[in-house]
Design a protein around this ligand. Structure first.
Ligand SMILES: [Zn+2]
Length: 149
């Protein structure tokens, strides 16, 4: 999963609310809605299964960048502390499902596995290629910059 679009969408939605719970819940719901749209993706499970420590570290660095970039953007652009808090809650809700999927691989508990199955079933099966993937990624960032308060 590419995290930046989820984080930015959750942040954008959270910033439109006035209630912390609403920011989190709407952010959470946005994850499942966005997953239905074909998007650029990477499979953390496959990354972990690959051998060769160097390559795995490179992949985790990519994920770290993917996760931290939207928080930097948000931190710079949030006009005040209240909107930043609501944005962070929206972003937290929007990233929770992928975190739960990751946890289900590490700790295959019934509830986590059931969520992972639901998440995978809900997720678009269309994989974007090397052009459409990055273009859609940049389009989400552009839309965020345009619409964020
Ligand atoms: Zn997802």
């Amino acid at each position: 999963m590419i995290l930046t679009p989820h984080v930015l969408t959750g942040a954008l939605i959270g910033a439109q609310t006035t209630n912390p719970l609403a920011a989190f819940v709407f952010g959470l719901v946005s994850h499942y809605l966005i997953d239905k749209i074909p998007h650029w993706d990477y499979d953390i499970k496959k990354i972990e299964e690959k051998s060769g420590g160097g390559k795995v570290i490179t992949q985790w660095l990519k994920i770290g960048f993917d996760l931290s970039l939207p928080f930097f953007i948000m931190g710079f652009l949030a006009p005040n502390e209240q909107i930043l808090k609501l944005s962070l809650l929206g972003a937290a809700g929007a990233t929770l499902p992928d975190f739960l999927v990751y946890l289900s691989w590490r700790f295959p508990m019934k509830i986590l596995t059931a969520h992972a199955k639901f998440h995978d079933k809900n997720h678009s099966k269309i994989k974007l290629g090397l052009l459409a993937g990055p273009v859609s990624y940049l389009a989400i960032i552009f839309l965020f910059l345009l619409l964020y308060p």
